[in-house]
Design a protein around this ligand. Sequence first.
Ligand code: COA
Ligand code: AMP
Length: 636
Amino acid sequence: MQNCYHQVYAAWKRDPEAFWRDAAADIDWFKPPERIFSPDASVYGRWFEGAETNSCHNCLDRHVTAGRGGETAIIFDSAMTGEKRRFTYGEALGEVKAIAATLVDLGIGRGDRVILYMPMVPQAVFSMLACARIGAVHSVVFGGFATSELAARIDDCAAKLVITASCGLEPGRIVAYKPLVDQAIEIARSKPEHCLVLQRPELRADLVSGRDQDFEAAVAQHRDAEVACVSVKATDPLYILYTSGTTGQPKGVVRDNGGHMVALNWSMRNIYGLKPGEVFWTASDIGWVVGHSYIVYAPLIAGVTTLIFEGKPVGTPDAGTFWRIVSEYHVRVLFTAPTAFRAIRREDGDGELIRKYPMPDFRALFLAGERADPETLKWAERMLGVPVIDHWWQTETGWPIAANPLGLGALPVKHGSPTLPMPGYEITVLDDAGHPIEAGTLGNIVVKLPLPPGCLPTLWNADDRFRSAYLDEFPGYYKTADAGYVDGDGYLFIMSRTDDIINCAGHRLSTGAMEEVCARHPDVAECAVIGVNDVLKGQAPCGFLVLKRHVSRETAVIESEVVAMIRESIGPVAAFKTAITVNRLPKTRSGKILRGTMQKIADGIPWKMPATIDDPAILEEIAEALRKRGFGSLPM
Ligand code: COA
Ligand code: AMP
């Protein structure tokens, strides 16, 4: 296929409004867009202001109306229970209508917020779509987050309803979700009125009388109910997805209805190269943006079959599970995080399990969520014999900023680069003072405003935080908080974050939030948490504790208490396993903790004694403490 990326990108640049007007023609509107972009609306402008639509209608109803009601919309495969199911568009629509009627019966209406805390089961996806159908705003919280994280989200969006399940299934462990939800509701200031609980056979939950209802029983009362799609504004919120910020208070990324559908639909055909009826599998979780966009909304909007998978790349039961699924369901394109491939490679380096499954329909592997290390990428290319495409995006953008667009004819690959910017995104690299810098030089990666359709218009109830976090530092640009460079051919290289976010197993975590928890330990005077390289997870958090004077308890006991506190407060997903007690933290003369240098020491990267350091001996102590734990390097 002849590559036409450059023509398409140039067409967008010449006339962005015409470009998005054309893309919007592939969406069903109840009131078609007259204005494409309104520069004066909201914080930096809004897309499709005045138009009306419904995301659930575009995911389901319109395919049924088009005569595709008998085709498969959703495949469910649980490697945890062995359950396998298929839902046609017609069946999925029936499920969604019944849940929507249940929500209406519980008093949920347009604009109300509903928290979902669910494992990877079809009911979770149907519940998201049911919210969309009635114009309610869903907010999915990843099951690996603990009670206080859940409570913070319930409070921030003032949820009226929580939809949950009795349990999640992790290898070797049943995670009781319901007690976590009960505690979260107890500590939340804003109390949801109702809780719908999906009872799973592996563990049944106790229901709180007057507040909780059995999900299946409640929905059964509304089978065959007719609930029409509510006409919502293109600019109305579809969902809020909380993501790590630089403090313990997560950021509520808002996604609208209209721009989101237009951008996702465009991406399915042009970036992922998929046609209606083909099978697309995103091996992630609906708790993350990757799941929202590419398990739920994008495939269904585009009429592509999506796959919901409950399980892990390894251990459920082995490293061949992904290939079993690709083979069994004729998956054309798989999208996952590089960490999943590092896990598979560790168990099946020679690709014996890959060869076990014929995959004649498999066309490409897409990777995102963290830097795709070239070694893993090359291994996947060798083993799979299909293009392996690294692409870069964020919760905030909702769809790829940079990619190698398969649907436009793939571009030459440069290992370590997610390739070129997608239409909608004009990328620049700036120095810290905001001046553009030359090709090949590392700097702050920014996107020229306005952001394209699909990207966040603001943070939930927090326009000022949105401005200060993303727009104020580099006026006229959105700050991605990623550092990197553009080479002479315009290829992007994403190297690291410029804030305290780390990426652990493809999960975005805030070390600042972990520091807040460490600091709450009664024996801890001061602390710092950094991300250190991890062969499997990419990065893993590592905490340094300075104890209060006169603390005489065993440091090992205090360290394990801090590890337990983080698991309890943030959740197992934080994967915080290492806390190291030190006498002092290295600081500049102005009192700033030298986290960057500590990270270099821990990662074994040669480091220099910073000129601004207050007391050089402290870094030597840190290096020694790290060496004792098997990390570290010597100064240059
Ligand atoms: N509910 C409850 N607990 C969960 C959970 C969930 N939905 N998801 C993860 N956890 C727990 C895990 O059981 C683990 O607990 P443990 O400390 O008791 O072992 C902890 O959170 C850390 O999870 P994770 O970092 O995912 O590590 P892992 O060892 O369980 O799995 C991988 C590692 C690489 C196999 C896994 O992270 C993976 O498949 N990642 C790639 C796909 C992906 O999800 N990407 C996300 C964005 S694209
Ligand atoms: P999230 O919001 O969880 O999707 O995480 C977004 C962050 O993950 C980005 O800001 C990057 O730091 C990182 N990231 C995502 N995709 C890539 C990629 N392809 N290469 C490098 N980093 C990536």
